[in-house]
Write a protein that binds this ligand. Structure first.
Ligand code: ADP
Ligand code: MG
Length: 332
């Protein structure tokens, strides 16, 4: 099988919304009237962003999911994506599973593959997504990182830290009972992009970001862009680690030997969560609850934005917690 047969067989489908899709020199895409395009790229490299042992179906899902997560953070509606793929060799079962996982998520979000590039090389997957955001008086109604104001509530969607916990199991630094590992592994390998929540938060949230490098690291981006500080309840955040709920407390089903500081580390600086971290004025609490309900996505209030710069961590009793949790940086 050659390059063109590969594209034809695994990646070419009849154009839906696109004016011109896979097969020409350029794709043509017409955004809806009164909208701006939202564009984002994410690259996944074997060994750095995923393990070589990962199920290709889950990898196809994740490659698109991390990109859709960026659209979600901006409250952009997914339209289309391109796929640049480097493959060491043509492996039909791998390509079949990869494209199945990719298209399953694409179809769920009405996001169409409109082009790409295919080359031989170490396994590398680069996707660029295109979404659209309505404009009001010429301004895109996107959620920026820079909109947080003193007094705003700080929220996070879904759960935190389980992806990092699973990575630590693969690294051999922790061990987990099989059912807990399965849950954590699914969060690592098949994250759910919070697209519906992002859209529902348009006009409700003041700032948003998706958590890819860890809660505190990504919160830092909002604080810097908005020139504000924040106070965060570390224990509420740690309770959002789904595996933690399964392994601690009175109703714990499993007994796991991980100290509380480590659970906090997973929650605050785990990375690979792909949840939305956002701020909203306290007057928007009902609107936030309605958005969460409409999007079938739980959200939890974990802190508050302050005028005073810097990040203050408190435990459930209101005692300060030292911040020695750092986010992920590929070059650090
Ligand atoms: P060109 O030589 O003009 O760059 P290519 O030979 O790279 O074109 O690709 C042929 C067509 O297939 C183009 O429309 C391109 O967008 C599409 N394409 C290539 N690789 C992929 C891929 N992995 N997924 C989807 N479309 C692809
Ligand atoms: Mg090309």
């Amino acid at each position: 099988m050659g390059e063109f047969e590969l594209i034809e067989r695994y990646f070419k489908r009849a154009p839906q919304r696109a004016v011109l899709g896979v097969g020409d020199d350029c794709a043509l895409l017409q955004p809806s009237p009164g909208h701006q395009l939202a564009i984002s790229s994410d690259m996944l490299l074997e060994g750095r962003h995923f393990l070589s042992s990962v199920d290709p179906l889950r990898l196809g899902h994740k490659a698109l999911a991390v990109n859709l997560s960026d659209l979600a953070a901006c409250a952009a509606k997914p339209l289309a994506f391109t796929l640049a793929l480097a493959l060491p060799w043509i492996d039909p079962p791998w390509l079949e599973a990869f494209s199945r996982g990719l298209f399953a998520l694409a179809d769920e979000h009405g996001c169409e593959l409109i082009g790409g590039d295919t080359t031989r090389g170490p396994l590398n997957i680069c996707i660029t997504v295109f979404g659209e955001v309505p404009t009001l008086a010429g301004r895109a109604q996107a959620l920026p990182r820079s909109g947080a104001r003193a007094g705003d509530d700080l929220y996070v969607s879904g759960t935190l830290g389980d992806a990092r916990l699973a990575l630590e199991v693969f690294r051999g630094t922790v061990s987990l009972p099989a059912p807990v590992f399965e849950l954590a592994r699914r969060r690592m390998e098949q994250p759910t992009p919070r697209v519906a929540l992002g859209l529902a938060l348009r006009g409700v949230a003041s700032a948003a970001i998706d958590i890819s490098d860890g809660l505190l690291g990504d919160l830092g981006h909002i604080l810097r862009a908005s020139r504000v500080g924040a106070t965060l309840d570390v224990d509420i955040a740690t309770d959002l680690v789904a595996s933690y709920a399964l392994c601690t407390g009175r109703t714990a089903e499993f007994d796991v030997d991980i100290e509380v500081g480590r659970w906090r580390q997973f929650a605050l600086a785990g990375g690979d969560d792909y949840e939305l971290l956002f701020t909203a004025a306290p007057t928007q609490r009902e609107a936030v609850a309605a958005a969460s309900h409409a999007a079938h996505t739980p959200v939890t209030r974990i802190g508050q934005i302050n005028a005073e710069a810097g990040l203050r961590l408190l435990d459930a009793r209101g005692q300060p917690v030292r911040n020695d949790y750092t986010g992920f940086d590929h070059f650090a």
